[in-house]
Each structure stands twice: as structure tokens, then as C-alpha cells.
Design a protein around this ligand. Sequence first.
Ligand code: ZN
Length: 389
Amino acid sequence: MSAEVRDDNPYSRLMALQRMGVVANYQDIRNKAVMVVGLGGVGSVAAEMLARSGVGKLLLFDYDRVELANMNRLFFRPEQSGLSKSAAAKETLAGINPDVQIEEYEYDVTTMENWDHFNDRIARGGVDNTARVDLVLCCVDNYAARMAVNQACTEQNQAWMESGVSENAVSGHVQLMLPGRTACFACAPPLAVATGIDESSLKREGVCAASLSTTMGIVAGMLAQNALKLLLGFTEPSYCLGYDAMTDFFPKSLMRPNPDCVLPACVAMQQHYGGQWEPPCANGSGQDGQREADDEAVVHETNEWNISLSEHPDVSDAARNENNMNHLEDEVQMPEAPAAYGGFHPEEDENDAADDDFVPPHAATLEELQDELAKTQLAETQLAEEQLA
Ligand SMILES: [Zn+2]
């Protein structure tokens, strides 16, 4: 993976993350193997993001075929209709980045006949084909497959991430599962799983789930971003991160494992870790601890505009999800406001009468501001013409 800045180097912009101090060792992505179970609107897009990010190996699992009804989402193309999603995905991803090793399997991970092979690929599917994979991404659309991935990963103490988009296509989530340390999928199962309902009986005749490429793309981005954070060790990964398009809400939380979980392997893993595990952010040694320290000093001494960040209770969660929020005040370049807006000019006397006439932009309508700006530009043009005359 060359760091050379050249137009024909596909990795130069990725290696810039290392030069800028975001990631300590970006090349390490070449040593990482990621399994993607389910190549629908989330899994296929997350796989493409990881391939473009230079991941060493992808192991793809799906038993569905590409259909024209999938074309409202990203990734697959109409001419791939009828192909297996795993084969079509391998072909596309190999074309995008031939450096990525790709294994593709067209089978259902919930069936007994595939169980041993699926577990073997977790245990020995690493880039060298002997070590375990580094991460499993679960991007399926049913509970049975989630429970199967949950059981395999929990029994093998394999880190994995669950993802999902709601049936009405306007919300979704990603969740990092660290066996014995964070809740597994069975620790707090959805009602349909807890009550043992056959989920195929939940589907209504003639009604299919909605899907939007936008929501699925956002959730795929959240999932791939979280995968990169975990694989490359930059900042704290998200444990549970939700997205609600209707209110622009990104709730974030961490679920502890349930000591009474129905999955014996989960209880055994909890005993193995003895309840001792804490996420790095919980003890102040991680990013969050640093963020709290930064929060106390919001206004710089050199901040002549006295800009400060305020926290609105309705947006605090969303704002807190931005790990780089604290850098905003360093990076935002404030343009000088046009005089027509009563703009404050630092070189002017603080007692200048113009300040008393200041009207904040949000008090006027856009049309009024545009009128004011047009008048000012006209006046400035006239002044310039008079000076030239
Ligand atoms: Zn559990």
C-alpha cells in the first residue's frame, strides 16, 4: 500500500489519514479479513466501502438472487438480475479493487448442513487462511439468521456487528457485539424472538417491506465506519448507534450482557470476563474523557468574536456523536459579514454606532437580506465609479 501522492495511486487519500494523525497505521487494513453475511442494501454497500478502503479480505455470504426490485438500492445493476448476489458482488468488488481477496458463498447460514463450514470460515478465514477473521458484519433481513450469526460468534468469542433498517425504511441501527462484554443478540431479543413466533407468519400477504437507498446507505456508512474504527483502532467504536430519519436523531448507548441470557455461550463468556470489562470511554482514558476536558474551555483567548458552542438538550446526543465536535471551533473559518448585515468589523471602534444598529441575520427574511445585499453592492459600485471619475 503506497503512500505516494500520485493520481494513479488508489491509496494515496487513505494513507493521508496516517499523515494527518487520524490513524496510526493505515496499512494494517491490508491484514484484516471481514465477513459480510447478507448482501442486501446494507451489506453490499458496506462491502464496497471496505473494498475501496483497501481491506485485505472479504468473505461474502448470501443465497438470494439479484432482482429488478433491488434497483431502488445501491450497488447491484439491472444486468446482474438473476445472478446470485454473492457472485455478482464478488465480480463488482474485484473490479473496483483487485487487491482485495474475496471468498463468496451462496448458502443459508441457518441450515445445519452449512453450520460447520460457516463456523470454520470464522475460525480460519483470516487473510492467511489460517487465523480467524477480524470482524463479522451481520447485514441480514431476518431474526433466524441474526440468531445463527450470534450463536456462532458468541461461541467463538468473535467480535461482530449487527445492523438493520426498519420495515418502513426511515430508521436503522448498528450494534457492536463483544461476547461476554456487551449484550449479545439473545440478551434482549426482539419480541418475535422472545415469544418464539415463526417470523414467516408475520409477513402480510401482498405487502412487502419498504426500502430507501438513502437510509440503507447511511446505515451502511455507519456500519463500515464503525468497522474501520474497530479494525484500525482510531477513536472509540459505537456500541449501539441508531438513526431516525424523521427526527434526525442518532441515539447512542451501550448494552451490558444479560446474566440470564438464554444463550449458554453468552453466559459462559460473561463468566470468562467476570464483569470486569469497561469500554475505554467509561474510565476517562478514552476519547470521551478528553472531550470532557475540552468542553470546559470552549472560548479561546484569541476568540475576538466570542464564539461559543452551546448545547441544546434536543440535539446533545446527535452533537455528542461527533467525536470531532471539539475541533469545530479551531477549524471553522468565520467569513466577514457584509456591512449591510450590520456586520461587526474587528478593526472598528467597539463603540462605533454601526454596532448599535446591528440586526442579527436570523431576524430578517432571506428576501430582505438579499435586497439589502443588492442595495449595498449597488452603493459600492456607485462609490467606485465616483472615485474613478
Ligand atoms: Zn446474551
